[in-house]
Design a protein around this ligand. Structure first.
Ligand code: PDD
Length: 284
C-alpha cells in the first residue's frame, strides 16, 4: 500500500512525490534530519528532536521553512493519514535547489520532506536475543554532533557488519569507541557502572541517550561519561545501544566475542523495560 508523504507544503502519494535534481540535499548532502519514534500513534520525545533539529540547522546557517508547531502538525497529520500505530516519522530539511556550486547562493528556499515508516519498536525480536556488532574505523567527518544526511560512512560500516554476519558496527577512533553506525554505544562494567562516551563533536547527542542516562541515574546506576576502549568493551559485563528506533537494544557479541554469557544483560533489560514504560506513560 502506498504511503502519503509530505513534500514542501503538500501531502501526496509516495509515487507522486517530487524533489528537484538540483536540490543541494541530493547533490551535496546539504541537509539535516530527525527521526522520531511513534508508539500507539503518538510521538515519543518529539520536543527533544525538534530542539536538536534547530541546533543542526543553526550550525549550518540553514533556516527551517516552517515553525516547530507546524512540523509537529505535519508529523501528526502523517501519522493519521498513514494510520501509523508504531514506527517512526522521518523529517529532512535540505538547503533547497540552486545551480550546482559549492558555495550556496543567498535566498535559496529550503525543502522539507517527511514520511512515516512502520516498525515493531517494542516487540522487536532482537531485544530478546541481543544484537552482534563488529568494530570498524570511524571514517566520518569531524562534526558528528550535527545530524546531517551525509551518511555514507555509517552506511559502509553497516554493510561491512552485514557482510561479516553481524547486525551493526561500533566505530573506533584512536582506539576508543565513538558510537554505533546509527546509535549511541554503552557498556556496563562488572561493578555495575554504566559507561558511555561523553558528548562532543565526535558523537551525536542522542535524544534517547539523554532519557536513558536520566533513568539510569534515577535507578542509582553509577554513570561514567568517558571514552571506552575496544578491549574494555570486549570484557564488559553488558553492552547495549540506544536510538529512537532501537530504544535500548542489548549487544551480546562484539567482534565475534560473546559479552559475558552471550545473553542480554540484566541492567540492560531493566533499562529497556523502564524506557518503554516511561515512553508509554508520556503519551497517556
Ligand atoms: N539515528 N548516533 C548516531 C550516529 C545516530 O545516527 C543516531 C540516531 C543516534 C541516536 O540518536 P537518537 O537517540 O536521538 O535517535 C546516535 C537515527 C535513528 C537514524 O539515523 O535513523
Amino acid at each position: 500500500m502506498s504511503r502519503i508523504v509530505y513534500v514542501n507544503g503538500e501531502y501526496v502519494a509516495e509515487e507522486q512525490a517530487k524533489i528537484s535534481v538540483f536540490d543541494r540535499g541530493f547533490l551535496f548532502a546539504d541537509g539535516v534530519y530527525e527521526v522520531s519514534s511513534v508508539l500507539q500513534g503518538k510521538l515519543i520525545d518529539n520536543q527533544g528532536h525538534l530542539t536538536r533539529l534547530k541546533r543542526s540547522l543553526s550550525e549550518l546557517a540553514m533556516e527551517a521553512p516552517v515553525t516547530d508547531d507546524q512540523i509537529q502538525q505535519i508529523q501528526t497529520a502523517l501519522i493519521e493519514k498513514n494510520n501509523l500505530q508504531e514506527g517512526l516519522v522521518y523529517l529532512q530539511i535540505t538547503r533547497g535547489a540552486a545551480d550546482r556550486d559549492f558555495a550556496y547562493p543567498a535566498g535559496v528556499k529550503p525543502s522539507l520532506v517527511m514520511f512515516t515508516q512502520s516498525k515493531n519498536v517494542i516487540d522487536n525480536p532482537q531485544a530478546l536475543t541481543g544484537i552482534s556488532v563488529i568494530t570498524t574505523a570511524d571514517i566520518r567527518w569531524q562534526r558528528r554532533d550535527i545530524k546531517t544526511t551525509g551518511l555514507l560512512a555509517p552506511c559502509m560500516a553497516k554493510m561491512l557488519a552485514k557482510s561479516a554476519g553481524a547486525d551493526d558496527a561500533w566505530m573506533i577512533e584512536d582506539g576508543f569507541i565513538t558510537e554505533g553506525s546509527s546509535n549511541n554505544a554503552y557498556i556496563i562494567k562488572a561493578d555495575g557502572t554504566l559507561v558511555t562516551r561523553q558528548l562532543g563533536t565526535e558523537i551525536l547527542a542522542g535524544i534517547t541517550r539523554k532519557a536513558v542516562l536520566k533513568l539510569a541515574a534515577e535507578e542509582s546506576i553509577r554513570i561514567e561519561e568517558r571514552p571506552f576502549s575496544v578491549e574494555e568493551a570486549h570484557n564488559a559485563a553488558e553492552a547495549f545501544i540506544s536510538s529512537a528506533t532501537a530504544f535500548v537494544m542489548p549487544v551480546t557479541s562484539i567482534d565475534g566475542k560473546k559479552i559475558a554469557d552471550g545473553k542480554p544483560g540484566k541492567l540492560t533489560r531493566k533499562l529497556r523495560e523502564i524506557y518503554i514504560q516511561t515512553a508509554l506513560k508520556s503519551i497517556m
